[in-house]
Design a protein around this ligand. Sequence first.
Ligand SMILES: NC(=O)c1ccc[n+]([C@@H]2O[C@H](COP(=O)([O-])OP(=O)(O)OC[C@H]3O[C@@H](n4cnc5c(N)ncnc54)[C@H](OP(=O)(O)O)[C@@H]3O)[C@@H](O)[C@H]2O)c1
Length: 322
Amino acid sequence: MKAIRVHDCGGPEVLKYEEIPVPEPKTGEARIRIEAIGLNFIDVYHRTGLYPLNRPFTLGMEAAGVVDLTGGGVSEVKPGDRVAYAMVPEAYAEYAVVPAQRLVPVPDRIEAKTAAAIMLQGMTAHYLTRSTYPLKAGDTALVHAAAGGAGLLLVQIAKMLGARVIGTVSTELKAELARQAGADEVILYTQRDFLAEVKRITDGKGVHVVYDSVGVSTFDKSLDCLRPRGFLVLFGQSSGPVAPFDPGKLAAKGSLFLTRPSLAHYTLDRAELLQRADDLFGWIQSGKVKVRIDRSFPLKDAADAQRELEGRRTTGKVVLVP
Ligand SMILES: NC(=O)c1ccc[n+]([C@@H]2O[C@H](COP(=O)([O-])OP(=O)(O)OC[C@H]3O[C@@H](n4cnc5c(N)ncnc54)[C@H](OP(=O)(O)O)[C@@H]3O)[C@@H](O)[C@H]2O)c1
């Protein structure tokens, strides 16, 4: 089968489209014939080595497809089932072997590309707004990179939960997409000081929560956007990692909370995984949440897709098709 492999970490040019053996499922695993692969920023961190993996490795953490073969002791799925998953490596390929526990059944009406688009970013938007800082009606939330993959979903879910949402984006086109997703206010943080704008919009009070996936370029001001006892939910670092931090600052700035969550710890068991997926598929089928697939690339062009993501030229989700 064909797969995108990394032998040496580096820029997008290190991605190699290679022929490797089709993997065999072991006990408790299922083999998936992949129909759509989700592109995520974590793929960039794996490629560059910011999150180290043993080399060589097949990239990718999210896909949807059809169960092709199961190993022994698998009761969760059977051959022919449509499934999707995230946070299991080696998805940039024609086939992948996945622990059956991590597979989510995909409803008939949901296309493979949509399923592959929400398993990582959608589940993340779910846990951030429902569990990490459970949003309630009347809360004000600041969402950075509001037109990104995670961002557009976060804005929609936050609005659904009754929050007032302020989004930040880099361009007018992205601002329009964030507004269409329901953002009440949108700040072009490449042109205006988002801290001053947040203070103005909230009459100096600040927001209850900041969902910050941008990292080093936004972190300090995100803290200053919070009202006393507010939550900074730092869930990524698209602009680069945040430097070591003195917890004393949290007291000085208003007894703030800082958390750095990961999806893995919010889908701890199968019940939690299925519950979050069920909510998401339900919201999509009822039209409450819309999934924007920005572009599809053939798997062999994964390097081009990553260049677009890193270059801030994507909105919503990008998928790869084997
Ligand atoms: N912790 C978790 O569980 C979890 C799960 C999923 C994703 N994440 C994180 O969430 C973040 C977003 O992931 P995503 O896949 O949805 O990507 P994305 O938001 O679609 O793309 C990244 C966006 O970040 C913004 N950005 C700001 N400064 C940037 C810079 N210097 N370089 C590149 N982008 C920059 C850009 O939006 P503007 O042009 O509007 O600024 C860009 O479009 C990533 O950091 C990812 O690791 C974390």
